[in-house]
Design a protein around this ligand. Structure first.
Ligand SMILES: [Zn+2]
Length: 539
């Protein structure tokens, strides 16, 4: 499928609503952007604004940050696996953190959630409400999940998703699978709106700094080339059949900092590519808690730290080639968050700051078909489920993926095409480019390499969730591994990753990068120091 044939480009003009340009054959849900019939009224508004706004207004950035609590209750489901697990204690809070930027013409919001995933329906409801209460256009809001495996019940099965299925599938989905809690989703939606509204109300004239730190010792490509010619995920640390990592990592720690005109830190945004799947024994923002603690501690500040996960579908905590035992999960959480946070601190300390930060937004919404399980696979799965779980087998792997096959079969038959969005939000010389996937790092690196921006930050699990989206190579003869399994969670066509990358590059190439702030140029060459401009004195 040539995906651009099925796309509708959404061109966004914050404050002034949005123009939508449908292409042939498109049928996508309303993104909450203003309807085209309002353009005349809005253009009149624009003229009026042009008359009253001072010419310099577009050059002075304003920034506001806020956070709200989304800590789940003890006893609620802990999503992240294919079966049910429940929270037994609280370690640290889960939050929504929001950054709002306004350049006098446009306003954008970047929202990070301490959550495993966020469903597109929640994103659309939150965006619509944000547009109503703040006047920030729905399409200028990016909402991304950190992928915390120790957070609240936002997934994996969504409320009502299997209501039309037969009794057996309904039972497998709602009673045997990790399922979102409808009341918790309502709470998360309200807190997203509240955080963005508070950040929007808090905007003040600001200066922004930009940079990339480097951290290459906490995230590992978890896919490994094996001696048998296949590629496996987490094949066992030190397994003698491990040959080499199947792909790279992305060590960039992408940072934007915002300060008020008195030099107080207002907040920061951190982008890094590593799963937040350390498993502490309790409710936690995962290593993002230690990231936040490290930055806030260094600056003696409570300024919010918005974490947006980079392309890390294949990047995780375990080094398959390690020669030593791993530290405890609790200690590893501190190490990952602390090291990424320390890199962010270095960037925040050193970054030159500036106020000339143009904003822009582009997005594209289209549909991608699911992969369908074969009839033989479905039949095999039915037999496994009919036989029941094997007593005394803790993992129940065959049973679990048979369940997933039957659930996927239902989804394919009732909703073959999945709506997806790629969104690009420009903040001066930086651009955040989203996808709704657990996206392979290879694509994140490629988008960075092809981007004209000095700072390009891929953001995964944003504005919806479509599960793992591997490279096409991973689906090939030497591929395989966990991320390529066909499940109710991960099932998009093998071309999905390529579609997201091409769309992201297309959107960011339509934008004009701002200039990264620089210190003033050297006024004139310096004079030699009179103690220092001498030949060696030997006697
Ligand atoms: Zn994952």
């Amino acid at each position: 499928m040539k995906f651009s044939d099925h796309a509708r480009v959404v061109l966004v003009e914050p404050f002034l609503g949005a123009r939508t340009a449908p292409s042939a054959g498109s049928k996508v849900a309303d993104e909450g952007v203003r309807a085209p019939r309002r353009i005349c009224v809005l253009l009149a508004w624009r003229c009026a604004l042009a008359l009253v706004l001072p010419a310099a207004a577009s050059a002075a950035i304003q920034a506001g940050f806020a956070e709200r609590d989304i800590t789940p209750q003890i006893g609620q489901e802990r999503p992240g696996g294919y079966g049910k697990a429940f929270h037994r204690q609280l370690l640290d809070p889960c939050k929504v953190r929001a950054a709002v930027f306004a350049d006098g013409t446009k306003t954008v919001a970047l929202v990070g959630l301490d959550a495993l995933m966020i469903d597109r329906k929640v994103v659309q409801e939150a965006r619509a409400e944000i547009a109503r209460v703040t006047k920030i256009p729905a399409a200028a809001v990016m909402i991304a999940a950190s992928h915390s495996h120790s957070s609240g019940p936002t997934g994996m099965v969504q409320p009502g998703q299997y209501d039309q299925a037969g009794a057996e599938i309904r039972q497998l989905a709602y009673e045997q699978s990790s399922a979102a809690d409808p009341e918790y989703l309502k709470h998360v939606t309200a807190q997203i709106v509240a955080a963005v509204a508070a950040a929007s109300a808090a905007v003040v004239p600001a200066q922004l700094g930009f940079g990339n730190g480097r951290e290459d010792k906490v995230g590992f490509n978890r896919r490994v080339r094996m001696k048998n010619g296949q590629t496996w995920t987490n094949p066992g640390v030190g397994n003698p059949d491990n040959v080499a990592p199947a792909g790279p990592i992305d060590p960039d720690v992408g940072v934007i900092g915002a300060w008020d005109l008195e030099g107080r830190l207002l907040g920061s945004i951190v982008n890094f590519a590593c799963h937040t799947n350390v498993i502490p024994d309790g409710i936690s923002a995962n290593w993002v808690y230690h990231l936040e603690r490290t930055i806030q501690g260094a600056f003696y500040s409570k300024a919010p730290v918005v974490y947006l996960a980079g392309a890390c579908g294949d990047i995780s905590k375990i080094d398959p080639f390690a020669r030593f035992e791993r530290p405890s999960e609790a200690r590893w959480m501190e190490i990952v968050g602390g090291r990424v946070g320390a890199e962010a601190v270095k960037v925040l300390l050193a970054a030159e700051r500036g106020a000339d930060v143009p904003l822009d937004v582009r997005a594209k919404v289209w549909t991608i078909d699911r992969r369908a399980p074969s009839a033989a696979n479905v039949e095999r799965a039915r037999a496994i489920i009919a036989a029941g779980k094997k007593p005394g087998v803790p993992a129940q792997t065959a049973w679990t993926f048979a369940k997933e096959t039957l659930m996927t079969d239902f989804l394919v038959r009732t909703q073959r095409a999945v709506e997806v969005e790629v969104q690009a939000i420009q903040v001066g010389p930086a651009v955040y480019v989203s996808n709704p996937a657990e996206y392979f790092v290879e694509y994140g690196l490629e988008i960075k390499q092809r981007s004209p921006f000095p700072f390009t930050f891929p953001v995964e699990l944003a504005n919806g969730c479509v599960g793992y989206v591997p490279t096409e190579e991973a689906f090939g003869p030497r591929g395989g591994g966990y991320e390529t399994r066909l499940t109710s969670y991960s099932n998009l066509d093998v071309s999905a990753g390529r579609q997201f990358a091409e769309t992201g590059v297309e959107l960011i190439k339509a934008m004009k990068p701002g200039k990264a702030p620089e210190p003033p140029p050297l006024k004139k060459p310096g004079e030699p120091w009179l103690f220092g401009n001498v030949p060696p004195q030997l006697d």
